[in-house]
Design a binder for this molecule. Structure first.
Ligand SMILES: Nc1nc2c(ncn2[C@@H]2O[C@H](COP(=O)(O)OP(=O)(O)O)[C@@H](O)[C@H]2O)c(=O)[nH]1
Ligand SMILES: [Mg+2]
Ligand SMILES: [Zn+2]
Length: 304
């Protein structure tokens, strides 16, 4: 190999001490220069799936990462074991597909709202996907998802089993890099398999008793789509903490609450106990939905 200077590639998988970088259509096993471990001390790992990097070759199919380009977007949360560190789930992703299921596991609005906030905070567009529509009555969900449609979010109803809604989901993902995020067992890996036949990602069993999926997706990985673009499969999450979202800015992530917040008496109103709070008035009159307000209050309580 001649010395042609560093090559560029995209990180498609991250392991403890190395990662896989796609360069053209070749996968290169890479290590990182030691300097990265010091420089990004506030992160659980110096590198994330989706990062664009420069690398030098060290051998056949092997290399070392020399530099990491600044990220255009990122989906982050606090580390699971190290809560004071940022865990970047994926970098340079355009769209977060927030996946929930009709049943098994049950819809958790708080979790959905947190992932939506993290997506907006990281600069991603978002789409809500309600999966397992073959397994229950989707019309019971219409009211619930209206709250999201009202704030401008697209909602897709899918079934990875029957294939309904998969074309719409695929259209939304075409030509972009998407990340599927949501509880374990909602069908993220199954949806990716349906959107892109041939990938054959491992799919978990849902425990009959718990309704919870097993964590069969252990690593985040970036996968190419025939329709153009890439998709990131992630292991399921039970909790989704918020990284670097301040109490005072939380209302800004609820567009319908933010709209009324300007009319509150106090500019720093938290919309919980203050007098002359326009948000609480809007909740009482029904122009802000109670589920969304409750979700706001619950998340506010968890922010320092
Ligand atoms: N009935 C039904 N089951 C599904 C659907 N999608 C996934 N599943 C099942 O739900 C379980 C969890 O799926 P998986 O894709 O591993 O979920 P993940 O943890 O979100 O990646 C598996 O048993 C799947 O077969 C669907 O649309 N309908
Ligand atoms: Mg999975
Ligand atoms: Zn207020």
């Amino acid at each position: 190999m001649t010395d042609a200077g560093p090559e560029r590639g995209t990180v498609i998988k991250v392991h403890a001490r190395r990662c896989i970088v796609r360069v053209g259509d070749e996968d290169v096993r890479c290590t990182l220069r030691g300097k990265f471990y010091g420089a990004r001390r506030r992160a659980t790992r110096p590198i994330a799936v989706g990062d664009r990097v420069e690398l030098s070759r060290t051998g056949e199919g092997e290399g070392v990462i020399e530099s990491i380009e600044p990220r255009t977007t990122k989906l982050s949360r606090p580390g699971i074991e190290k809560e004071d560190r940022e865990q970047v789930i994926a970098a340079n992703v355009d769209l977060a597909v927030v996946v929930a299921s009709l049943t098994k596991p049950e819809f958790r609005p708080g979790l959905v709202d947190r992932i939506l906030i993290a997506s907006r905070s990281g600069g991603l567009d978002a789409l809500l996907c309600i999966n397992k529509c073959d397994d229950g009555d989707a019309s019971a969900f219409e009211d619930r998802v209206d709250a999201y449609r009202e704030i401008g979010l697209d909602v897709v109803f899918t079934s990875a089993v029957t294939g309904s809604g998969i074309d719409r989901l695929r259209d939304a993902m075409a030509g972009r890099t998407s990340v599927l995020s949501g509880q374990s067992g909602v069908g993220k890996s199954s949806l990716i398999n349906a959107v892109q036949p041939g990938l054959e990602l491992r799919v978990g069993h849902v425990g009959e008793k718990t309704g919870k999926g097993r964590h069969t997706t252990t690593h985040v990985s970036l996968l190419p789509l025939d329709v153009g673009g890439f998709v990131v499969d992630t292991p399921g999450v039970r909790e989704f903490g918020l990284w670097e979202v301040e109490r005072a800015e939380l209302d800004g992530f609820f567009p319908e609450i933010a709209e009324h917040a300007r009319q509150c008496r106090f500019p720093d109103c938290s919309h919980t106990h203050e007098p002359e709070c326009a948000v609480k008035v809007a909740v009482e009159s029904g122009s802000v939905r109670e589920v969304r307000y409750e979700s706001y209050v619950r998340i506010l309580e968890t922010l320092a």
